[in-house]
Ligand binder design. Structure first.
Ligand SMILES: Cc1cc2nc3c(=O)[nH]c(=O)nc-3n(C[C@H](O)[C@H](O)[C@H](O)COP(=O)(O)O)c2cc1C
Length: 159
């Protein structure tokens, strides 16, 4: 079946792992693990993330002022699992303390390689996902650690 073959193909694509956290206009937070982060334009700097329509975070992203995208390092498998476990509610995900981004005052992941701050630009419904475009307003590079890689349904380290 085409869908299964496509999934198999995607398993062979090594992917970086990010945590994206959005802040809504009513100061609500939502966050999840994503690999669907792309740079779209440099002038202006526009990026995208793609979120499953079944995701609990979706509504907060839809009414968000913006979001952070934190690039996880090779030791951050646990935090990736924490933000991708559907049995861990959004409330539980934010019962911990997180550092707050410089510009938009949105949580990001401590000790990540770096994070960007995006202002909501627009969203587009695409099949079973919603694509969110964000205008990058700040970039912070925090360390020179190696990124964690998601490949063939497990986490790997770069050599
Ligand atoms: C490595 C990895 C990458 C993921 N990438 C995405 C993604 O790009 N978009 C998405 O909607 N879900 C992605 N997920 C799944 C979500 O993290 C997961 O469904 C999460 O529990 C959604 O949280 P929520 O329903 O509370 O919003 C990914 C999961 C993993 C482990």
């Amino acid at each position: 079946m085409l869908k299964e073959k496509f999934k198999l193909f995607m398993r062979s694509v090594p992917q970086s792992v990010f945590i994206s956290i959005a802040k809504s206009i009513d100061n609500e937070f939502a966050g999840l693990t994503i690999s669907s982060f792309e740079s779209i334009s440099i002038k202006p700097i526009i990026t995208l993330i793609s979120i499953d329509k079944l995701s609990e975070s979706l509504n907060v992203f839809k009414k968000s002022i913006g979001w952070t995208v934190s690039l996880l390092n090779e030791e951050q498998e646990d935090i990736s699992n924490f933000f991708s476990n559907r049995n861990i509610s959004q409330e539980e995900r934010f019962s911990r303390e997180y550092p707050i981004s410089k510009f938009l005052k949105i949580p990001y992941i401590e000790d990540c390689i770096g994070y960007i701050e995006c202002i909501y630009y627009k969203h587009l419904s695409m099949g079973d996902h919603v694509i969110f475009f964000g205008k990058v307003v700040n970039v912070e590079i925090l360390n020179e650690k190696k990124p964690i890689v998601y490949y063939n349904r497990s986490y790997r380290k770069l050599l």
